[in-house]
Design a protein around this ligand. Sequence first.
Ligand code: NAD
Ligand code: WQD
Length: 333
Amino acid sequence: MRITVTGGAGFIGSHTVTLLLEAGHEVLILDSFANAAEDVPDRVAGIAGRHAEVFRADITDPATYNSALADFRPEAVVHFAGLKAVGEAMENPLEYIRVNVGGSVALFQEMAKIGCNRLVFSSSATVYGDPVAVPIDEDHPLRPTNPYGRSKRMVEEVIEDWGRANPALSAINLRYFNPVGAHPSARIGEAPDGVPNNLMPFVAQVAQGVRERLSVFGDDYDTPDGTGVRDYIHVMDLAEAHLAALDLTGAGPGVEALNLGTGQGYSVFEMLRAFEAASDREIPFVITSRRPGDVATSLADPTRAADRMGWRATRDLEDMCRDAWAWQRGRNR
Ligand code: NAD
Ligand code: WQD
């Protein structure tokens, strides 16, 4: 198939493009490189043995990419491009609406013009907000608690409305839980700018000595060891899910949401210990106060993704830590 991947140079996008190329698809990456290194497409090609086409553009500015998109004639679009930092979204909500919502609408309008009706969208478990029950299934109430989460839910709603108006649309909103890890080749992975917001990249940097110690944000949660429990999922499992979702968009029209998680939760301390084992390094930590907005436990019920796509996560915490560590070690040498 011909597939356009917005944000295809980013963390999850680059792993997905690798698998798409390996599966023989033709890929056009549309990326502004706002949060990606220039050499990512070449690294991907080094793994896959084939190149994706790359077009540098901002999704919010369709005049710059409409002809590239029309020339490529994608049969499907996988839409990763966007901003994803919760704290930044709280400081600058309008920018998150402009890029995540406005950019998506602009992209969808271009898709509509060329008659492209297959879409896989990067949504997030953050659309559920504070869980009223765990594990979280797709029927859980949708009450995002911050502007980033609301921007993701708004895009889901736009896609739902588009589907009501366009009976040919086949779209899947994939709600990722906590993506971690890296490609096993260690040639691509997560490369946050500055101080990482997320646990795994922070822990990896502490293990490498880039940062002194981890701050554990609270040990008084109502969880077995008092620290926050999350559903970490290996980025390669996520990437595989996108190929399965693309297949599902070929099965017929409709708009649906699917959780992507393992269904297995790990605490901050469990992550820390697993990363110590993978890296064979001690990871110093200090307990600090809770991070505002954090919940005790977030855990997916991934049953529907298995039922609808025949997809399941297969990689475990050891795989996640080993691959994240191999990637981290290769970065700052
Ligand atoms: P990322 O920042 O690594 O990738 C996003 C890519 O989009 C980058 O290559 C960036 O350069 C590009 N981009 C950003 N703004 C753009 C714009 N206006 N026009 C064109 N390209 C633009 O992030 P990621 O972790 O790979 O996340 C991918 C998607 O998945 C995002 O939509 C994110 O919200 C969503 N998501 C991520 C997580 C996570 O924890 N990583 C969890 C849930 C959902
Ligand atoms: C995991 C656990 C922290 C850092 C975020 C976004 C969410 C989604 C994924 C995009 C929590 C603890 C963390 C640290 C710590 N992104 N922690 N010290 O908060 O579940 O989700 O990323 O859609 O929208 O909110 O992930 O990795 O930040 O935190 O103790 O330095 O680790 O309190 O319990 P989170 P995280």
